[in-house]
Design a protein around this ligand. Structure first.
Ligand code: S3P
Length: 199
């Protein structure tokens, strides 16, 4: 179907770059805070020789303020507007791996109407691992600055799962290192070519 993936310089999953052809032009990583989107995203971009963008970083750079400050001063609704503007802009670019903020996909229509050529991947993670990975430092995640972060994570995960489930692919991050996840994705991109979703 013309969706060829070739390995430049005969490289393997771990060594050589892998090139993806159209119609597959960008990969969108979604998942809860602490699911590893940033780490996996930059490793995956390196392997594909694509660029990498973290939507949270772009929001902060364009607002000239930290996310915590935007939440504090302007409120969550304003943050969500900025986040949506930034993510929509990133989705117009090509040869790009995008790590979304954990809340962006969780509105009706977000993952179900992605621009053509976008492969979405959900990095799945459970409550214990999230709390462990965030290491009790919720100060840069305003949504978790609450008395009982575990209960909050639990509640948000339950609310959000039906949205994350709309991603084309999902990968378990519980028992795999970021490198393993990238290897797994590269393997799927190669071997599941015929099974790539309609993009
Ligand atoms: C949020 C996740 C954060 C950041 C903001 C809100 C959320 O991004 O966008 O604090 O609603 O889950 P990460 O998922 O990159 O931590």
């Amino acid at each position: 179907m013309g969706r060829t993936l070739t390995t430049a310089r005969g490289g393997s999953e771990t060594s050589g770059p892998v090139r993806a052809s159209p119609p597959f032009r960008r990969i969108l990583l979604v998942g809860f805070m602490g699911s590893g989107k940033s780490t996996v995203g930059s490793l995956l971009a390196d392997a594909l020789e694509w660029e990498y963008a973290d939507a949270d970083d772009v929001v902060e750079a364009s607002a000239g303020r930290s996310i915590a400050e935007i939440f504090r001063v302007d409120g969550e609704a304003r943050f969500r507007e900025l986040e949506h503007q930034v993510t929509t802009g990133l989705l117009e670019r090509e040869d790009l791996v995008i790590a979304t903020g954990g809340g962006w996909p969780c509105r009706p229509g977000r993952l179900s109407s992605l621009p053509a050529g976008t492969l979405s991947v959900w990095l799945r993670v459970e409550v214990d691992r999230i709390l462990e990975r965030l290491g009790g430092d919720e100060t840069c995640r305003p949504l978790l600055e609450v008395d009982d972060p575990r209960a909050r994570v639990d509640e948000l995960l339950t609310e959000r799962a039906p949205f994350y489930e709309l991603a084309h692919w999902s990968v378990d991050t519980e028992t795999h290192t970021p490198k393993d996840i990238v290897r797994e994705l590269l393997g799927r991109l190669r071997t599941d070519e015929e099974r790539l979703p309609e993009l």
